[in-house]
Design a protein around this ligand. Sequence first.
Ligand SMILES: Nc1nc2c(ncn2[C@@H]2O[C@H](COP(=O)(O)OP(=O)(O)OP(=O)(O)O)[C@@H](O)[C@H]2O)c(=O)[nH]1
Ligand SMILES: [Mg+2]
Length: 271
Amino acid sequence: MCTTCGCGHPEQVRIGELQHTHSHSEHQSAVKMPDFSQSVFHSMKPSIHEHAGEQDNTQKRLLKIEQDVLGKNNRIADSNRNLFNYLNLTVFNLVSSPGSGKTSLLTATLNSLKNDRNCYVIEGDQQTENDADRIRATGVPAIQVNTGKGCHLDAQMISDAMMKLRPQENGLLFIENVGNLVCPSEFDLGEKAKVVILSVTEGEDKPLKYPHMFAASKLMILNKVDLLPYLKFDVEKCIENAKRVNPQIEVIQLSAATGEGLQDWLNWLQQ
Ligand SMILES: Nc1nc2c(ncn2[C@@H]2O[C@H](COP(=O)(O)OP(=O)(O)OP(=O)(O)O)[C@@H](O)[C@H]2O)c(=O)[nH]1
Ligand SMILES: [Mg+2]
């Protein structure tokens, strides 16, 4: 369970195969409405004092669970890191809100790099193999992790996906996290760096509204710059906002659609 937002149940996580085969159940609706009929709130009418005491205990319990969850994740992330080092695998964790262009950036990147380096991708989404299919179309191996109700990838999911991916030494591994600017910032996967992708359609205030993600990232890619002529988006202000929460953050302006700025990103990866 993610204690940041309370989402996710490990039993719903599905790690796919290297090749996608459509199962019958995948085509059926997997989303079920929760049953609120048993909700404890129906029967609870505490006094204000009782309520305050309960809230205190609940806060303490939540803090304890969060420490346990993140502690366990960090231990598995360390073991992932050891494996990545052993394989001399360079790993980047791509994070962003839904639709900012992670998969588009990855396909453009892989088409440029795949002939020179062994590249691999682990894709994270709540449902569907769509993104892994888009990656495989470039000829690069990809494993899809479906997190069900979960809003982020965790280190155990990456460890499980690695068992199926079995990458060769000296390669590059890209992890595309679930589209979400909140929870993925807290979960170390063992990566070398987090790269946050922000598209110009999202507004220049996002680094201030979601500071943890921008603080945890080494690089911010400002994507979809081809759309700037049609939008009211202040690039300088956005970069200033990102540097307010993380003075060290590097910035690359890019369009995954036109290829503008792609070379800057490839140079950054090379470094
Ligand atoms: N104009 C423009 N559109 C882009 C660019 N990059 C991505 N898109 C479009 O943005 C939409 C979302 O792109 P994706 O690459 O699927 O975004 P994503 O971050 O992988 O999305 P999720 O995995 O669902 O979170 C698609 O319609 C892309 O064609 C860009 O640089 N310019
Ligand atoms: Mg995607």
